[in-house]
Design a protein around this ligand. Structure first.
Ligand code: ADP
Ligand code: ZN
Ligand code: MG
Length: 495
């Protein structure tokens, strides 16, 4: 039997505001700050305290909802989601349930197969819970018993939940969505997208269903599992692939998939059962009596809408068209706003240089230097004008590709300009035909055997001779002229 994969995603994104959702405590980096250093009676759930809504958190949530082209609710309702767990001091999480902030949005994702629209089911505001650290005791520690540490720095941090329709049909689409959403959140300035730190948490719901013959009614959706604890794109991809395989094997063996919540074991690269869901969880949702309905003024919504930056997909389309870039290159450039800006600044600095060439230097050589050195766009020592300057020298034949790569590596390390490096190191390309002709002549004289074998019909030998000439020129000769000159001189004796 052949199966089709069906996946829907639930994403939790922290809204990186200055203060928490319902109190004045700062939002801190929970991987850095001392545990419980950003906690007050409100977020510690003391009796008698009252929540006060952070307007900035609402604004951030609204920006995302609008960027996802959702219908925004004029009135949304906060609700209590009751459950008992040590990371939740109040015994309930303030969330939104029946009347969320926004519904029915969409986002376009880019895969190698092309573009696809993913429907957004809902977007709602809630507060994050604290963080638990489970400790395995070392010998003698804590009477040898395992224990758990509670850090409430994260409790009450504003959180946005974004739920899609079950529109994904492959792991590749899931990854493309994760990339698109992360990029969107970063463009909007509401979330750093750092999955490792847990500020962006992506949970796939995965099921399979039999593929039916073309033209007949598709099968109903199969039973789904939900996977949690994925702290990288790679883990997300692996977990999805693992589940597709596991479920296919179960179904193939005539067994049923159980509806469970799974965790991801990074070391074993396997999912494991975290929680067995038996029907609906009973969260006893009810409207939060301490908060009035959230009413959004139409004028304010319009104002926030107007303040949105050009978003990744729009920029993808514009760059592709305006600079005649491939889908692939345009996607690489727009992923991060700082890089897209860098590209357009470089293009503006040297209008005579083809934008495509600049795009290729950024997405190829510059990205590889950045990856190797672990440097982000903000830490780049090569200014966009300087990169454009380098590409200009190359396109005018001042230096060849090979030399340019070396020059860029030096620019990257020192921040120096291309023309300075070329001058200082005497790297100007030799385009002087006479000088090249002399070098070719010398090489042919010192390699009579190779010349003979070329003339006897071994055409490939010319590459060896070409290499010898380039070596003599210390890599700086114009390769087109060298090749032309070699062909000319090798041809001469035949005539
Ligand atoms: P909850 O997990 O809280 O019960 P929902 O029922 O709304 O929430 O579904 C959560 C996610 O699961 C959504 O993204 C939805 O698209 C997806 N989903 C629902 N049914 C399936 C299914 N059979 N296979 C895969 N994904 C599904
Ligand atoms: Zn607080
Ligand atoms: Mg769920």
């Amino acid at each position: 039997m052949e199966y089709e994969t069906v996946i829907g995603l639930e994403v939790h994104a922290e809204l990186e505001t200055q203060s928490k959702m319902f109190c004045a405590c700062p939002v801190v980096d929970t991987t850095q700050a001392a545990p419980n250093s950003a906690v007050c009676p409100v977020c510690a759930g003391m009796p008698g305290t009252l929540p006060v809504l952070n307007q900035k958190a609402v604004e951030y949530g609204l920006r995302v909802a609008l960027a996802l082209e959702c219908q925004v609710a004029a009135v949304s309702i906060f609700a209590r989601k009751n459950y008992f767990y040590p990371d939740l001091p109040k015994g309930y999480q303030i969330s939104q349930y029946e009347q969320p902030l926004a519904r029915n949005g969409r986002i376009t994702i880019l895969t190698l197969q092309g573009e696809k629209v993913i429907r957004i089911r809902r977007v709602h505001l809630e507060e994050d819970a604290g963080k638990l650290t489970h400790v395995e005791p070392t010998r003698g520690d804590h009477k040898g018993r395992p224990y758990t540490l509670v850090d409430l720095n994260r409790a009450g941090v504003p959180l946005l939940e974004i739920v899609t329709e079950p529109d994904f049909r492959s792991g590749e689409e899931v990854r493309a969505y994760a990339e698109a959403l992360r990029s969107l959140l970063r463009y909007l300035g509401v979330n750093s997208g750092d999955m490792q730190k847990g500020v962006l948490r992506i949970e796939p719901n995965i099921s399979l269903r039999p593929v039916v013959a073309a033209g007949s009614q598709p099968a109903l959706f199969g039973t789904r599992v939900e996977v949690k604890n994925l702290n990288s794109l790679r883990a997300l991809e692996r977990a999805v692939a693992y589940e597709i395989q596991r479920q296919a094997e179960l179904l193939e063996a005539g067994k049923a998939v159980k509806q469970v919540t799974l965790g991801w074991d990074e070391a074993k690269e396997a999912t494991f059962v975290q929680r067995v869901k038996e029907g609906e969880d009973d969260y006893r949702y009810f409207p939060e009596p301490d908060l009035p309905p959230l009413t959004l003024d139409e004028g304010w919504i319009a104002q926030v809408h107007a303040s949105l930056p050009e978003l990744p997909y729009a920029r993808f389309q514009r760059l592709r068209k305006q600079y005649d870039l491939s889908d692939y290159t345009a996607k690489l450039l727009i992923e991060e706003k700082a890089i897209a800006d860098y590209f357009e600044q470089a293009v503006a600095a040297e209008p005579s240089v083809p934008a495509k060439a600049i795009a290729n230097w950024i997405s190829g050589e510059l990205f590889s230097l950045m990856n190797q050195a672990g440097v982000e766009a903000a830490g780049l020592r090569v200014q966009p004008e300087a990169l454009a300057g380098l590409v200009k020298i190359v396109s005018q034949g001042g230096i060849n590709q090979d030399t340019a790569r070396k020059v860029l590596a030096e620019m990257f390390a020192s921040g120096e300009r291309a023309d300075e490096i070329v001058k200082k190191r005497g790297l100007q390309q030799v385009t002087d035909t006479e000088a090249i002709a002399r070098m070719v002549k010398e090489v042919l004289e010192t390699c009579p055997d190779e010349v003979a074998s070329f003339l006897s019909g071994k055409a490939g030998v010319i590459n060896f001779l070409f290499g010898q000439v380039m070596k003599k020129a210390q890599g700086k000769a114009n390769p087109q002229i060298v090749r032309r000159e070699l062909e000319r001189q090798l041809d001469a004796p035949k005539r």
